[in-house]
Design a protein around this ligand. Structure first.
Ligand code: KIV
Length: 274
């Protein structure tokens, strides 16, 4: 499908809504530091997610649960310095919003004030609506996240596809409607059957961004390290790798090691004459 693309100087939550309204798909990608974010923004990604997946790909934790609010703020403040165009959405980490709505508001305010991020994202539906409403009253844009919500991995037990059964699919649809009614500007839908994701995107007026949710949603999000093939042991069905950087980088570094050992590096041109 060919779509007339409007050029946005700076992407806002309103631009994302316009993209959905005009049938233009939204591109979203994670970034966690300045150099990464420079490239992601320069490449024209509409929305950068400072995801709590930093817990996995940056800190090496098995799950997203251990990352702290201070660490998320550190990542987000590095990203924001690099970005000219994209909308920067920052994840509220596990344990910083589920307790009560006041805690949720305080966490969201800290992210906005201390990192300069443009919006926050949190996981869950009706159970956390009070917190979302309270954050929104402070003028902070909120993005929801439904389907496979990795902060609940110990409840799910596996990272497999969610909402395959009717009961969970119905709950997901109710949650999506509740997030929209509360005032969320968009929703991430992770690892759900493609027909269900399309149904949700068609049912909602706000943008639905998918990861492992098929092509029928309003945009796609991936983790930076997965897209460029730095995480070479991770092979989910939904992932398209655009590079194989793990091999490229280990190959280049291996060559450097050999060059150092053989005194090929540095040569005369790489040394300062007297
Ligand atoms: O933290 C993250 O990277 C995410 C994406 C998987 C959507 O939430």
């Amino acid at each position: 499908m060919s779509v007339a693309m409007k050029e946005f100087k700076k992407v806002t939550t309103h631009s994302l809504q316009q993209m959905k309204d005009q049938g233009e798909k939204i591109s979203m990608l994670t970034a966690y530091d300045f150099t990464m974010a420079k490239m992601v923004d320069a490449a024209g990604v509409d929305c950068i997610l400072v995801g709590d997946s930093a817990s996995n790909v940056m800190a090496g934790h098995e799950t997203t649960l251990p990352i702290t609010l201070d660490q998320m703020i550190y990542h987000a403040s590095s990203v924001i310095k690099a970005v000219d165009r994209a909308l920067v959405v920052v994840d509220l980490p596990f344990g910083t919003y589920q307790g009560n709505s006041k805690e949720a508001l305080i966490s969201a305010i800290r992210v906005m004030k201390e990192s300069g991020g443009h919006a926050i994202k949190l996981e869950g539906g009706i159970e956390i609506i009070e917190g979302i409403e309270r954050i929104l009253t402070a003028g902070i844009p909120v993005m929801g996240h439904l389907g496979l919500t990795p902060q609940s991995i110990y409840k799910f037990g596996t990272y497999s596809v969610r909402a395959k059964e009717e009961e969970e699919a119905n709950k997901l649809k109710e949650d999506a409607l509740a997030l929209q009614a509360a005032g969320c500007f968009g929703i991430v839908l992770e690892k759900v059957p493609a027909p269900l994701a399309k149904e949700v995107a068609d049912m909602l007026s706000i943008p639905v961004i998918g990861i492992g949710a098929g092509p029928g949603v309003d945009g796609q999000v991936l983790v930076f390290h997965d897209l460029i093939g730095m995480t070479h042991e991770f092979h989910p069905r939904f992932l398209r790798r655009y590079l194989n950087l793990y091999e490229e980088i280990t190959g280049a570094i291996g060559q450097y090691v050999r060059d150092v050992k053989s005194v090929d590096f540095p040569n005369d041109n790489e040394s300062y004459p007297s």
